[in-house]
Design a protein. Structure first.
Length: 299
């Protein structure tokens, strides 16, 4: 679907993106992560030809990406761009017409999307009167309503409360099953990990991670241990145990400084309880990987 082939971007003779290379296929959901200033928004704008690349090329459906491909793309910018004086319906129709849609085809879809995103308001409401969260939902409707094949979301969870994040995650999952390719940037590592089959991480304009979630996790030492016991707090006295968290009922997640500590934990539980009903080394979370990469890059 989309191939980003070794692109670089310069600004006043300084490279702000360097040799970025990745692909997005149908039904891929790629999480774009990195610290502030890493180049995430710049990359998304470069894909859309909003800013020029000085090296490499971007190919969409076997052709060089250009403005004539916009009708197939849905884009949610980090800087939201609604006309606050417009009605909900007029604003949605305006963006849909920019994507080549006809008004008569869009109007019947508006109520569906208002309900789907649980917008607290009516199609005739002035956007300025809506809450910021509901304004964000209108922007999302403008992104989705023309049935794009490829979607770019820049910080889509910004301004949404947990219940609305859950709604958006559900919609993204459904679009994935329909074959839509999606790339989104976010600082919400839990949402990225739960949604994405691939991760792309940038640091200072360079790509430092680009792989499937499972492959990325497989490259790191397993420093979490999942155990089942009525009370694991006594294990905190073991040297190398960094944190103990109760997940649910009798399941506990124990963070350790070295994978060899797992053997000590296993023996301790067996000696205290006579048997071990559940013991599993767990890969690090995406949040932990993010922090490890930041620390290693700063060394």
């Amino acid at each position: 679907m989309l191939d980003v082939n070794n692109i670089s971007v310069k600004y006043t003779n300084k490279k702000i993106l360097s040799n970025i290379n990745f692909s997005i296929n149908e039904s891929d959901v790629i999480g774009l992560i990195g610290p502030n200033g890493a180049g995430k928004s710049t990359l998304l704008k470069a894909i859309l030809s909003f800013i020029p690349v000085c090296e490499g090329e971007i190919v969409f459906t076997s052709d060089i990406f250009s403005t004539n491909k916009y009708n197939y793309v849905g884009y949610l910018p980090e800087e939201r761009g609604l006309d606050l004086k417009s009605t909900v319906q007029d604003q949605i129709i305006y963006f849909a017409e920019l994507k080549g849609c006809k008004k008569k085809d869009i109007i019947p879809k508006i109520d569906y999307w208002l309900k789907e995103l649980d917008v607290k308001g009516d199609r005739k409401d002035i956007i300025k009167k809506l809450s910021k969260g509901n304004q964000q939902k209108i922007q999302l409707i403008c992104t989705f309503i023309h049935n794009p094949k490829f979607i770019i979301l820049d910080e889509p969870f910004s301004g949404l409360d947990p219940s609305n994040i859950k709604i958006l995650i559900s919609i993204i999952k459904r679009l994935k099953t329909q074959g839509v390719g999606i790339i989104f940037s976010s600082h919400n590592m839990d949402s990225v990990e739960g949604l994405c089959n691939k991760i792309l991480m940038l640091k200072k304009g360079e790509m430092i991670l680009n792989n499937s979630v499972n492959n990325i996790k497989g490259n790191y030492e397993k420093l979490n241990v999942l155990v089942e016991t009525s009370d694991a707090t006594y294990l905190k006295n073991i040297k190398g145990v960094q944190n103990i968290k109760n997940l649910e009922n009798d399941k506990w997640l124990i963070s350790i400084s070295d994978s060899s500590i797992g053997k000590v934990i296993f023996k301790e539980i067996a000696d205290n309880e006579g048997y071990v009903s559940l013991f599993s080394h767990q890969p690090p979370t995406l949040y932990e990987i993010f922090n490890m990469e930041m620390e290693s890059q700063n060394e």
